[in-house]
Design a protein around this ligand. Structure first.
Ligand SMILES: [Zn+2]
Length: 639
């Protein structure tokens, strides 16, 4: 979800199904049944409603149909069924009675009449607008739509998703253009007919459409089509600088050099620049659904914060889509998923995405180090790590994705993204040291994520298989290495990768570039490493770290700061008060509103501002520099 879909900017978390046979699964070539016809009418998308007509082959007797519940990129049972409306079933024009299962809300039961060989279904899907909670129905505006097929279909129980064939048709608002990885069969006016496609690949292939669109080719010398398909609410937002396009071209080359394979026919970065859809990055085999605020590419702070989005989602085509943990490779969208290996699916992807962001020039090495320092500091101040292991955050992902950001330190959040960056960095450094620089995690990636470039397939793995493939690259006790870090309930984050790479985490009053950019973009003040507090622009406390100064003074999430040292609250005023605390004998005085009651809190803190950075350890080799170095030359078309 890759949120999953939501974007947690500071830690660069984005927010992201087949048979679990442990072998390479080929796509269904010869479906034995007639295809399901689906015709989506999106002409009323601007009015927040999509219409869908389906014809499903069926035999007389009881029939159970499912609305997709467990979504592969979400790792959660969050199919937006509450926005399903207008559901009706017909046979030969006659309406049929139906029942929603009284336990499983995603199952619908009906009786197919004698003599019928199919049923017809009408349903509507209600689009929404972005709100405080994750809401994937917020996928359109008056100028654009990202159609997610799982929102507008039902499918019959009893067959794996790769064995159910759909023939999709889509009608768009007049004059809207579209882009998708889905192969097209024909087009007439605003109606597009797509080639027959298996259900799992249909759900994996969103369609981006809108009034204002632009296609930017990233195709290199290998001739495999790569492109950025941009849609925006306004025409001006489509203009992307040549400098940035060149960096994205380099990303494609660097990914090719790292993985030495491509598990897609062609690849589409479906980029949406809009303030009217949910912000997200969602991975797919042959595309990624990347949605950011409209000004992201022209606002330096927003651009810096979003730099890793494409590298992360692109990496998922190899790690997550092609190689998938066995517990996340379910036969359809109804079977529960197990998140125990999300620290590989999402965690290794976050590490490799970070490395590729640097190798492609989207971040400088210095910016990348600031990011690593931010991650290390945030995790080193997680009060919840004393009760909740990293492994548990992975297992409990389906809960944590939807938890509010308040109390993140004590509850912990989807830390398997960011903390795995530290762990996989340590694994990379370990391989380099064990082999005297002859091998690296790059070699593991080529072996584990590579293989034949023959289109979208899934190859599952278990923890044991992961360990065995790592051991084949470098003999080492990898099982203990990962188990220790995954099951730890130490109060400190695993910083061995940073120190092993020749750097150390330090704090001083110089601003951290990523934290400063976050404040600039969101207005939020992050004082985690000083008084242990994160405050929103309006003074609402987002987090207060138990055991640190603000919490000990009685400040908690959901309270609202009204005044600081006698001044009306602003993030800058709070920052000045913390800065002045070094030379100020008096405590920092906070006036807060706690559910309507006014309170005074005295924070006896005198260490000033503390921002995290990485500092070089001179006598150690700079492995981090080795890791972040591009594999290709900067010249166009070298690979
Ligand atoms: Zn992801």
């Amino acid at each position: 979800m890759d949120v999953k879909t939501r974007i947690k900017r500071r830690l660069q978390i984005w927010v992201c199904a087949l048979l679990a046979t442990g072998c390479l699964l080929a796509r269904a070539q010869n479906p034995s049944t007639r295809p399901i016809l689906i015709a989506v009418d999106a002409t009323h998308a601007a009015q927040k409603i999509l219409h869908s007509e389906l014809q499903i082959p069926a035999s007389p007797g009881p029939l159970t149909l499912y609305y997709p519940k467990w979504l592969p990129a979400d790792h959660s049972p969050d199919g937006p069924i509450s926005n399903l409306a207008g559901l009706k079933f017909f046979s030969k024009g006659k309406e049929l009675p139906w029942q929603q299962d009284d336990v499983d809300m995603y199952a619908f039961h009906l009786e197919v009449p004698a003599g019928a060989d199919s049923i017809d279904i009408h349903l509507d899907f209600l689009l929404s607008a972005p709100g405080a909670a994750i809401d994937f129905s917020a996928s359109g505006s008056s100028k654009l739509l990202i159609l997610m097929w799982h929102e507008v279909l039902l499918y019959p129980a009893g067959s794996p998703a790769d064995q159910i064939t759909f023939e999709p048709t889509l009608r768009l608002p007049t004059g809207w253009k579209f882009n998708t990885a889905l192969p097209i069969s024909s087009r007439a006016g605003d109606t597009i007919k797509f080639a027959p496609v298996a259900l799992d690949l249909l759900v994996d292939s969103p369609v981006q459409s809108g009034e204002f669109t632009k296609v930017i080719s990233l195709t290199g010398d290998d001739k495999v089509l790569h492109e950025i398909d941009v849609v925006a609410d306004d025409a001006w937002a489509l203009e992307i600088s040549q400098e940035l396009i060149d960096k994205y071209k380099r990303l494609v080359r660097e990914a090719g050099a790292l993985y030495q394979s491509r598990h897609y026919r062609d690849y589409h970065f479906l980029l949406t620049l809009s303030d009217n859809t949910i912000g997200l990055g969602q991975e797919h085999h042959e595309s990624s659904d990347d949605r950011v605020p409209e000004r992201t590419l022209v606002d330096p702070s927003k651009r810096l914060l979003a730099a890793g989005l494409f590298p992360h989602e692109f990496t998922h085509s190899w790690n997550g889509q092609f190689r998938r943990p066995v517990g996340l490779a379910t036969p359809d969208f109804q079977q529960p998923m197990k998140g125990e290996l999300l620290w590989v699916y999402e965690g290794l992807t976050t590490y490799l995405g970070t490395v590729l962001t640097a190798r492609s020039g989207l971040w400088t090495p210095a910016e990348t180090r600031e990011y690593l320092a931010t991650v290390a500091s945030a995790l080193d101040h997680r009060a919840g790590r004393r009760w909740r292991s990293l492994q548990n955050t992975s297992n409990a992902a389906q809960i944590l994705y939807f938890a509010p950001s308040e109390w993140s330190s004590y509850r912990r959040t989807t830390d398997f993204y960011a903390e795995s960056v530290l762990i996989w960095l340590e694994a990379d450094v370990t391989i380099r040291k064990q082999t005297q620089g002859r091998r690296s995690l790059d070699d593991f990636c080529r072996a584990f994520l590579g293989g034949p470039s023959d289109g979208p397939t899934v190859k599952t793995y278990t923890f044991d298989e992961l360990i065995s493939e790592l051991t084949a690259i470098t003999p080492f006790d990898w099982r203990t290495f990962f188990r220790d870090r995954l099951q730890s309930v130490s109060s400190h984050a695993p910083l061995g990768g940073i120190t092993g790479a020749g750097w150390r985490l330090v704090y001083n009053d110089e601003p951290n570039v990523l934290i400063a950019a976050d404040q600039d973009a969101s207005g939020k003040g992050d004082f985690t490493a000083s008084i242990g507090l994160v405050a929103k622009a309006d003074g609402s406390i987002e987090d207060s770290v138990p055991g640190m100064a603000a919490s000990q003074a009685g400040l908690s999430p959901y309270m609202k700061i009204i005044g600081v040292n006698g001044n009306q609250f602003s993030v800058d005023d709070l920052k000045r008060a913390i800065q002045a605390s070094k030379s100020n004998a008096a405590p920092i005085t906070i006036i807060s509103s706690n559910t309507g009651s006014m309170e005074t809190h005295a924070i006896p803190y005198h260490d000033g501002l503390r921002s995290p950075h990485l500092q070089r350890v001179d006598e150690e080799r700079d492995y981090l520099n080795d890791i972040l170095k591009p594999l290709t030359s900067s010249a166009e078309g070298t690979r």
